[in-house]
Design a binder for this molecule. Structure first.
Ligand code: AMP
Ligand code: ZN
Length: 139
């Protein structure tokens, strides 16, 4: 399914040019227009789903398998020293394009953005942690 107003539908279909580094029947992988690091790329499924809640489970699995392959390939080519795989859902979590995508972010020591993804820790009491655990626990 396509969303006619969605920029990533248009990019993944090749209707808007992109710096594509991989393409198959289901996915296009492009360089991010505003990269956090050298080689920052996005895995975009061609099928429109807004986010992790909407995407079909099997397709999400195949996206992760592709992320694994891309991470190995990109690390070999770029010589990066680490790698983040990131996926944002909803505005509060930093999502700005509402078509599911995975960020592939090569990491380099002493890079401009060395501290991306560093967050302040929150504190919860042992009782609160037990409540959270019990609420989330699944059989
Ligand atoms: P997110 O904040 O997780 O929704 O990520 C959206 C990402 O898409 C951002 O890193 C943008 O820089 C990137 N982006 C937006 N438009 C384009 C585009 N036309 N081509 C490549 N990357 C884009
Ligand atoms: Zn879309």
């Amino acid at each position: 399914m396509r969303d006619k107003d969605c920029i990533f539908c248009k990019i993944s279909a090749g209707e808007i040019p992109s710096n594509t580094i991989y393409e198959d029947e289901e996915f296009r992988v492009i360089l991010d227009l505003a990269p956090a690091s050298k080689g920052h790329a996005l895995i975009i499924p061609k099928e429109h789903a807004a986010d992790i809640y909407e995407i079909e489970e099997e397709l999400a699995g195949r996206a992760m398998k592709l992320a694994k392959r891309m991470a190995v390939h990109m690390t070999e080519v770029l010589g990066c020293e680490g790698f983040n795989i990131l996926q944002n859902n909803h505005e509060v979590a930093g999502q700005t394009v509402f078509h599911f995508h995975m960020h592939l972010i090569p990491r380099y020591r002493n890079a401009k953005n060395e501290d991306i993804l560093v967050w302040n820790h929150e504190t919860f009491s042992p009782e609160e942690m037990e409540q959270i655990r019990d609420a989330l626990k699944q059989d």
